[in-house]
Design a protein around this ligand. Sequence first.
Ligand SMILES: Nc1ncnc2c1ncn2[C@@H]1O[C@H](COP(=O)(O)OP(=O)(O)OP(=O)(O)O)[C@@H](O)[C@H]1O
Length: 303
Amino acid sequence: MIEFRHLVKEYNGVRAVDDLCLTIGDGEIYGLLGPNGAGKSTTILMLIGLIQPTSGECLVNGVEVSKNPIEVKKQIGYMPEDVGFYTNLDAWQNLEYSASFYGLSGEEADERIEYLLGLVGLKGVTKKVGGYSKGMRQRLGVAKALINNPSVVVLDEPTANLDPQGVSDYRSILRDVAKEGKTILVSSHILAEVSKVSTKIGILQRGRLIREGTWEELANAIGDLNLPEIRINIETRSKMPEFSHPDIVSADYRKDGTVAHIVAKSDIRDQLADVLYKNNIAPRQIGLDSITLEDAILSYYNE
Ligand SMILES: Nc1ncnc2c1ncn2[C@@H]1O[C@H](COP(=O)(O)OP(=O)(O)OP(=O)(O)O)[C@@H](O)[C@H]1O
């Protein structure tokens, strides 16, 4: 379990993390989402004991990090954005080396490495890590973060630059890790990366947690918001006139004029339909584009 209690970090009087209160339970995959500079890395660095909070506390399984850094480090597996490996060694040798830092050797280390390489799909891969793809490196990074069988796993921007297959592999690995009851904190500035795998999402902006909830809770909250713009799609069998209405922000027409994508400040579908009928054009479809949750959540950033 991870707890942040009124966590604050100031740099030269400026708050990078501002009164963060958050609890992440066992078996949870928590997605910490926020644009660049929101304070994600600063939060993570305080959690893993690399920097000291200005005030407030981070606790791992009830133990305060800044007062017991060594004890806490044993319970945390951390994967930074750019994981370092010995490129002239293979996956097994790299993990063997990491295991030695935790006093793991012999049969115990072999068993753990064998298990982890299976978990991340690198069992039997003998080539040197220097020849790995980005996705393979990330998978090995997860294995490295798990070498000491930590109860808390922290992954900083884990899917940056991964191809879709890599992202999908990584998500299924995370789900398997969470099934073991571990607490997982994933930071990202890309919603799609955290939304599909997280049991809960927190949105950080300028150091403050501005929203928190499950994917569904965030979606419901967004449903109540007045979205700034709506998107209307119109299809007709024949060329339609170009619409003019004060609420139209932009309008794109397909070359033959039978399809229009309109962004407007209000729902003006009725008025647009009137224009079509007056011109004797029967619309095949006048529909609202569903605003994706990603669009809506990102609009929070601009609040
Ligand atoms: N060592 C430092 N000294 C001064 N200011 C810092 C330091 N580290 C971070 N900051 C500032 O704190 C704020 C939060 O930065 P942080 O790196 O935690 O954000 P982030 O959400 O992780 O962003 P990114 O995704 O770009 O890493 C930023 O305004 C940043 O400029």
